[in-house]
Design a binder for this molecule. Structure first.
Ligand SMILES: [Zn+2]
Ligand SMILES: [Zn+2]
Length: 539
């Protein structure tokens, strides 16, 4: 049954691998890494991004998948490179809604030659990809960033461009056979950049003689292009396999659209061997990432959560884990609502189980995902953990990070914390803050009222309940457990009932009827402050 996978499709090896992974209980990244180690002397993993517009969460999946395989190969003792190719020489295909009107004139030009929309970056490509690259650093993706327009300028594509022209008939035949579409005798494997208007133009094939080709542009210009000088570009189906040649790519993750039968991986595989004389990388096709949750829409971008948002609101170790906990062939929901909290909790739980060496067979894969998410820097012992949901509350109670630490210090001893632990805590607080500002559902948001509002209407039962609390809280250990116990005891005796008692307490502290976990919430505040508030509310 496994064999049949090998026969049906270009991306078979990965599906085959994934089946093996399931059978022998190995993480998929380790299975792919083993195949790379077995088949490549100088492993190189390529990932990439097209910075024509918004950078999607799916691009993160690609970067993290690439890094995970890189670190899995490195863990097997093999030297390995991960490159991050930026398609900076692609044309701007249309004026997107988020671009100013005057950008209409740049449509059809390479994005490395279009000015940046904000005026602060070197060009259009930098504008969209630089913030993402800066942020990817926090995920500890160890890659070399390579700009495609630089490769063209350095003449790295020259040999492949020459072959694309001289074997153009063969290219047309391959594309016809792979895609099943009619052969197109006019197919241009390469487009010169018009020296007059700066747009990609059509070559006149019969004039090709290394190293030049004549071209005709829509603007009416007739010119001569030297293929060695970065004044033109291979089309996607020829450019991708040309990159495999330039770098000797061993493996590459890519979106499932490229992996479809007749898609660009299938054609690339034939072009690299039959036209360029090389070998296709091991494919790692991945499914798309679907967005869930109710974030604010970025109106100008036409999308609710960008890749940059995801980096800013998900702790890096948790984001790594998200993309490793399922196989690349499975789709992933990125839930920018409460899902982030569930995911962070699951990560912390797996971390505990890993260090306790206590997990079920069905959790093995999640434990492996936790380990691989560390990129070969697994901590030596269980790191300091502060429940993520607590951070969500504390960040809202504190005015700054210093206060966050002061509040936490009431319940946690930080004296032995390492730099890495403190860094992780700080980073998690930053993520929580970003999430609260743009994505968190309203029901988790609150702020502690500095004073008790005069307008608050409190019943006699509530006042009696508060008085009873004051008596017990005056001399108790100020811990979440003890406070919970006291509240439960007194609520039992009160006509308010437990539910009503909780409601009354939230009302006098945050002006809402629901709030964070009560014992933890009250214990995180100063004991005197809490008792004063109860006294005020009981008169
Ligand atoms: Zn800019
Ligand atoms: Zn032109």
């Amino acid at each position: 049954m496994l064999k049949t996978f090998l026969d049906i499709h270009a991306t078979e090896s990965v599906f085959y691998n994934m089946q093996i992974a399931q059978m022998i209980r190995m993480h998929w990244a380790d299975v792919v890494a083993q195949e790379i180690v077995d088949s490549c002397d100088h492993p190189l993993i390529a990932t990439g991004i097209s910075p024509t517009g918004i950078i999607h969460v799916g691009s993160l999946r690609e970067a993290i998948t690439g890094e995970s395989v890189r670190s899995a190969v490195a863990a097997k003792g093999k030297e390995v490179r991960l490159i991050y190719l930026i398609d900076s020489f692609d044309p701007l295909r249309k004026r997107y809604d988020f671009l100013p009107k005057e950008f209409e004139k740049y449509v059809g030009m390479p994005i490395s030659r279009i000015p940046c929309p904000c005026g602060k970056h070197r060009n259009y490509a930098h504008h969209f990809v630089q913030p993402f690259l800066d942020a990817v650093g926090s995920l500890e993706v160890n890659c070399e960033v390579i700009w495609t327009h630089d490769l063209y300028a350095k003449g790295m594509f020259t040999e492949c461009i020459d072959k694309a022209f001289t074997k153009r008939d063969q290219v047309i035949q391959i594309l016809h056979e792979v895609t099943g579409k009619d052969a197109n005798p006019d197919y241009a494997p390469y487009n010169p950049v018009c020296e007059h208007c700066g747009r990609f133009a059509k070559p006149i094939f019969e004039t090709y003689s290394f190293p030049t080709v004549e071209y005709e542009c829509q603007c009416g210009w007739h010119g001569l292009c030297d293929i060695r000088t970065g004044e033109g570009k291979l089309t996607w189906r020829l450019e991708w396999p040309a990159k495999w040649m330039i770098f000797g790519t061993s493996a590459e993750p890519f979106g499932k659209d490229h992996a479809a039968a007749g898609g660009s991986y299938d054609s690339g595989k034939r072009i690299v061997s039959e036209i360029y004389g090389g070998k296709a990388p091991i494919p790692i096709p991945y499914e798309f990432v679907q967005l869930k949750g109710v974030g604010q829409m970025h109106k100008s971008l036409g999308c609710s959560v960008t890749g940059l948002d995801a980096i800013n609101m998900t702790p890096p170790e948790v984001l790594n884990y998200l993309f490793l906990r399922v196989q690349p062939s499975r789709s992933i929901d990125y839930d920018s609502g409460m899902g982030i909290l569930d995911l962070a909790d699951e990560y912390d739980r797996m971390e505990q189980k890993y260090f306790a060496k206590s997990f079920t067979e069905s959790e093995e894969n999640l434990i492996d995902a936790y380990v691989i998410a560390q990129h070969n820097h697994v901590p030596e012992k269980l790191p300091l953990q502060v429940p993520y949901r607590h951070l969500v509350s504390i960040v809202q109670m504190a005015n700054n990070y210093k206060e966050v630490l002061e509040i936490l210090a009431r319940n946690i001893d930080f004296s032995g914390a390492t730099d890495d632990e403190l860094k992780r805590l700080w980073r998690r607080c930053e993520c929580v803050r970003y999430w609260l500002n743009g994505f968190a559902p309203d029901n988790v948001k609150f702020s502690v009222m500095n004073t008790l509002p005069d307008t608050l209407d409190l019943s006699m039962n509530e006042k009696v309940f508060f008085q009873a609390l004051v008596r017990r809280m005056n001399d108790c250990n100020w811990t979440a457990d003890e406070i919970n116990g006291i509240v439960a005891d007194i609520a039992k005796e009160s006509p308010l009932g437990t539910k009503g008692a909780y409601k009354s307490l939230y009302k006098i502290f945050i002006g809402k009827s629901v709030g964070p976990r009560l014992g933890f919430f009250l214990s995180s505040m100063d004991q005197k402050f809490v008792i004063n508030r109860l006294v005020q509310a009981s008169v």
